[in-house]
Design a protein around this ligand. Sequence first.
Ligand code: ATP
Ligand code: MG
Length: 159
Amino acid sequence: MKFRHIMVPYDGSDHAKNALQYAKDLMDTCPEARISVVHAVPSSYVGTDRMGTEGALDGVPYGMLDYEEYQGVVQHVLDEAKKRVTENLGDTLAGLGDRADVVAVAGASPADALARFAEEHDCDLIVMGRRGLGAIRGMLGSVSFGVLRATDIPVLTVK
Ligand code: ATP
Ligand code: MG
């Protein structure tokens, strides 16, 4: 099986790091493959998220912003999230050049945003952790379960 575009949903957890390593190993066997490392921010809470993005709308009543202003705030939060994720990745993507990119997306929930990205960008495989930053117990976290449910694209989960 030759993969062309692998998405790795990334929250900075050890599980997500293991998933990224797994995807990188897969890429060795698929010279044409590229990888998108995608971090999702739930748009309901353009506030403090676990990758360290500051709450851009903290204390601002919703009615005070028109749509364009709101879009601007969301874009700011996504830019900040992308910066944090890139910092968190360090040199993990070094050597991949333009075969890898880092993206931050917003959506109603992380799972919806991730599934939408994968569909819109023709990803043919999703490699993600089974658990994430909220790991306590159980088989699957809510984001991995939500992505599995929201898309027909094959999902490979990594511990
Ligand atoms: P929960 O969030 O339900 O408490 P959890 O944190 O243990 O559970 P998940 O959040 O489902 O588990 O994490 C499983 C995998 O999903 C992670 O390893 C990562 O690959 C991906 N993931 C989780 N949150 C995000 C996010 N905000 N953006 C991108 N990928 C994410
Ligand atoms: Mg989580």
